[in-house]
Design a protein around this ligand. Structure first.
Ligand SMILES: [Zn+2]
Length: 580
């Protein structure tokens, strides 16, 4: 990239980010509670659509069916005393469940070891996460009560990504789930200490197929209009959601406003996507968009940039946001320029509208700015939930009634918007796509080496490591070509190669199942196709399961190795064309 040519207009561009516009957009979007598929949410969608059209940006508002779950009310008693509580999206509705309540701490496998919870309701510390609910179900619990923090936090408790299929509908939660505050949790623990453990739960959760909107807006690029950066964020909310996700939608509008005046400079298209079904449908909007535009995403989308919960007061940490290794340099260059912080980044977990790994789309960010680390129970829980555990997450008001305009800092919102604007600008204007494939393959290599150490002599990954070496060597050659590629024709060849490579490397690094499906919203290791190695090392050759695992691992290794072979062939062919 020619730094000199792009940096000067970029500085000029960043000065156009307007705080008062950002605050006005946020205020208008977050004036109503935006449940997925509701009239209130649709009014916010229309506001965003009309605002974009006033900027001269073309929009398309789609309506489609999705599996949505809206928690309505719950009634909880312990020792005959009513306890204020909320219930959760995708939890079960029950009329009157009565059972013994058992305290299971954080609900880890060890926590359950000394307990008998079959037919009982479990009391757990922390947020109502899908994994904690799944574990409670697997242990035989028939209900779950979570002790959150000073406020109760809304959560969606299902692991099923988007609208279920016949194959995975059986994985939807089958038990009622409620949450209480840390203060009432202490009261409940006292009852249990006194031997008073009879608990009743009634819940109403409205779950079913609803019509939800998806808004798409394109600012067309000039040189290669079919190639695009997908810049996405959800509009639906828990409560007023000023931070989550009013500020993010505002930043998207502000980026659109500024770039709509710079169309002649954009090589590629900016595609803004506003989702519904994020909070109440486990990313049903982005999953639907992926399923309906799979080929376009695979062949034309060079980057998915997501935005969530930006611009909050005291959100000074800019070093830990989610990134892939191949997009990390892009983020670091911009964050050091705008905010003078050294971005390290955290690997993505399975959350936050990351519906585009199967299509092989490199990803950057979900949230961006976070709170300083703290001992607050809410801060600790969020930090574990989203990132590296090294920062304080989105703030104690996240997913509560308190996510209101007074939590927004206009200066920090302006700063976050500048970071997104700069990343979008660079991705749409740099001659070469800003995707570092050498970083991607190095990341995969590190993970495969770890798998080999884990497997020991039970399973051989040397053929995989050899293929990785070949890809690396080819990419080093390509890097030399990139330094001297100034002719349009050569740049086009290299970009095509970079984009195609992602369709091999992103799924290798991030997808466990089929690239046409969506993995569950559960933590999974890097290069997850080898995750059966975890089980293999716990099994011995006198068990048939050992050979079942070997069989499946052999097939996975074929899949990984062949993808690496295709990736290498692609780079080699590109090199041949470049050197002609
Ligand atoms: Zn959000």
């Amino acid at each position: 990239m020619n730094q000199w040519q792009t940096l000067i207009p970029e500085e000029h561009l960043l000065l156009q980010v307007n705080k008062s516009k950002l605050m006005e957009f946020t205020q208008t979007i977050s004036k109503e509670v935006r449940l997925s598929g509701s009239e209130e949410e649709l009014r916010a969608f229309h506001y965003v659509k009309e605002t974009l059209e006033e900027m001269g940006v073309e929009t398309q508002l789609h309506f489609h069916q999705a599996y949505i779950s809206l928690p309505v009310k719950s009634h909880l008693t312990v020792a005959d005393q009513p306890i204020p509580s909320i219930t959760h999206s995708m939890g079960q509705s029950v009329n009157h469940l009565e059972a013994e309540l058992v305290y299971a701490a954080s609900g880890t496998a060890q926590d359950y070891q000394r307990l008998e919870v079959v037919g009982k309701i479990v009391l757990l510390d922390g947020l109502a996460t899908p994994i904690a609910v799944k574990t409670a179900e697997e242990q035989g619990a028939i209900g779950a009560v979570f002790i959150n923090a000073s406020y109760t936090h809304e959560m969606i408790v299902s692991t099923v990504w988007g609208t279920p299929t016949l194959e995975n509908k059986g994985l939807l939660p089958s038990i009622p789930v409620v949450s209480v505050t840390i203060e009432t949790g202490a009261v409940i623990k006292n009852y249990l200490a006194e031997g008073k453990s009879i608990c009743t739960i009634s819940t109403v959760v409205e779950t079913g197929i609803r019509t939800i909107p998806t808004l798409i807006a394109d600012i067309k690029g000039q040189a290669e209009p079919d190639k695009f950066v997908l810049f996405s964020g959800h509009i639906d909310s828990w409560h007023y959601g000023a931070m989550d996700n009013g500020t993010a939608n505002a930043a998207m509008l502000e980026v659109a406003r500024i770039l709509s005046t710079q169309r002649s400079q954009l090589k590629r298209t900016l595609r803004l996507a506003f989702w519904s079904g994020h909070s109440h449908g486990r990313y049903a909007g982005s999953a639907w968009y992926c399923d309906t535009h799979w080929e376009d995403l695979r062949e034309n989308c060079l980057l998915h940039l997501n935005i969530d919960s930006v611009g909050a007061m005291d959100a000074t940490v800019l070093t830990e946001a989610n990134t892939m290794r191949e997009t990390r340099k892009l983020a670091n260059d911009v964050i050091s320029l705008v905010a003078d912080q050294e971005f390290t980044g955290s690997r993505f977990g399975r959350s936050g509208d990351q519906s585009f790994w199967g299509t092989g789309t490199p990803s950057l960010f979900m949230g961006l700015s976070e709170q300083e680390p703290s001992e607050d129970p809410a801060a600790k829980a969020f930090s574990q939930l989203f990132g590296s555990g090294k920062s304080g997450g989105f703030g104690w008001w996240w997913h509560t009634t308190e996510d209101t305009m007074d939590k927004i800092d206009p200066e920090l919102l302006e700063r976050d918007c500048k970071i997104y604007l700069s990343i979008v600008w660079r991705s749409l204007t740099s001659p070469l796509y800003p995707i570092d494939q050498l970083e991607a393959i190095a990341d995969i290599e590190g993970s495969v080496q770890k798998w080999q150490v884990k497997a020991g002599n039970r399973f051989d990954l040397s053929s995989t490591l050899a293929r990785i070496e070949s890809v690396k060597a080819s990419l080093l050659e390509l890097k030399d070509e990139m330094k001297i590629a100034v002719k349009e024709e050569k740049v086009t060849l290299i970009n095509h190669c970079l984009l195609e490579l992602s369709s091999y490397l992103v799924p290798l690094n991030y997808v466990k199942g089929s690239i046409y499906e969506h993995d569950l919203a559960l933590k999974q290791p890097a290069v997850p196709k080898f995750s059966d190695l975890e089980l293999l090392v716990q099994t011995t050759p006198d068990q048939p399961e050992y050979y079942f695992l070997l069989t499946s691992l052999q097939r996975k290794r074929n899949e990984v190795n062949y993808a690496l072979k295709q990736a290498n062939r692609l780079v080699q062919e590109t090199l041949r064309c470049l050197q002609k």
